[in-house]
Ligand binder design. Structure first.
Ligand SMILES: *Cc1c(COP(=O)(O)O)cnc(C)c1O
Length: 341
């Protein structure tokens, strides 16, 4: 990556290879196969616009949001309650199933999902968590919230993902957990983090807050480590304004996370069988309203994930032809990226 290009070189070359295509990339426009502007000139320089329709806003209503919200609004069931039913409980089942995970705990936001998960692992003062310097700050805040030490390792220059090959050397006897982030929704190398987790007998938690329905070797991101944390904040690929969730295949860990997010109280499968356990606990419960929106959104999100994947790979292919532009590589095991933003 040593060749030098001036701004003028860049602009003149890039306009020829259809930089217009880049600006047409807003989801859910289907870009693949639409080719370059017919006269080979970006619209901004007087060419024919490729997209004649207006761009979609964000978030996108999928249809059932209003019906779902009115249902709980009128029923007066605004809180997830003690029953294992209702919008939040149904969403938990649907999100776990859609990702092929055993268990899901919905939370009020992604930060809460991370904090409750680290609490469930009893991470505290003196403990170290190996993680990334290249993320949204909530990843780091969730570690500091437990007075533990974030230990950043570097990112790979070609993928921008956390470099799993540096993880082992960053561990010591205080290291309790690895916390890789799938930044931009592209998969971090989970083979490398899981291998270090096994070797050191420490947990691997995925910050999948940008990575809904991305895949590593055919498995959904957030289901490869011991747990995966998601955000449904409005900018994310599955939005509900605010919201979050933890996925895990470990039912005991799920129960611990549930207690940590619910002021020590366990999941009540029958009325009044919830029990207390000594855990560091908070209230990060999801309300019924965001779950009502999420259930409507979830029905369509995989269709949009497929469009993002096709458009993203297509744009990367075109951008790679622009001298001086090096699109971020996707790890070979990354069978699908979530293409966040
Ligand atoms: C959005 C995000 C979070 C936090 O999620 P909130 O729902 O905003 O609390 C954490 N980590 C990453 C990488 C994120 O992008």
């Amino acid at each position: 990556m040593t060749e030098q290009f001036s701004r003028r070189d860049f602009l003149s070359t890039s306009s020829q290879v259809g930089l217009a295509a880049v600006f047409a990339g807003a989801v859910p426009t289907v870009l693949v196969g639409s080719g370059a502007s017919p006269d080979g000139k970006p619209a901004v320089l007087g060419g024919t616009p490729m997209n004649k329709a207006s761009y979609s806003g964000w978030p996108i209503l999928q249809g059932d949001e209003e019906k779902n919200i009115l249902e709980i609004l009128r029923a007066g069931q605004w809180f997830r309650g003690y029953q294992n039913q209702g919008m939040v409980a149904e969403f938990e089942k649907e999100f776990a199933t859609a990702n092929g995970a055993n268990a899901c705990v919905a939370t009020s936001n992604g930060t809460g999902a991370l904090i409750a998960t680290l609490a469930a692992l009893d991470i505290g003062p003196g403990d170290e968590v190996v993680t990334t310097p290249w993320t949204f700050i909530a990843t780091i805040n969730s570690i500091i919230a437990h007075f533990a030490l974030p230990v950043p390792i570097d990112v790979d220059l070609e993928t921008f993902q956390l470099d799993g090959k540096l993880a082992d050397a960053a561990c010591n006897e205080n290291t309790r957990c690895l916390l890789p982030v799938h930044i931009g929704g592209a998969p971090a190398n989970m083979d490398e983090f899981i291998a270090v987790g096994k070797k050191r007998n420490i947990r691997v938690i995925e910050d999948a807050c940008q990575a809904h329905f991305g895949q590593w070797r055919g498995k959904k991101l957030g289901t490869l480590g011991d747990a995966g944390c998601f955000s449904f904040q409005v900018s994310k690929n599955l939005p509900s304004g605010e919201g979050g969730a933890v996925l895990t295949n470990d039912e005991d860990l799920a129960e611990r996370i549930y207690r940590c997010h619910n002021n020590c109280t366990g999941r009540r499968t029958k009325a009044l069988d919830g029990s207390y356990g000594m855990v560091r606990a908070f209230n990060f419960r999801m309300a019924e309203f965001p779950a009502a929106v999420l259930r409507a959104q979830l029905k369509h999100v995989e269709k949009f994930a497929a469009i993002r994947e096709a458009n993203g790979r297509y744009l990367n292919k075109l951008l790679a032809d622009v001298p001086g532009v090096y699109p971020a590589k996707i790890e070979e095991g990354g069978t699908m990226s979530a293409w966040h933003l």
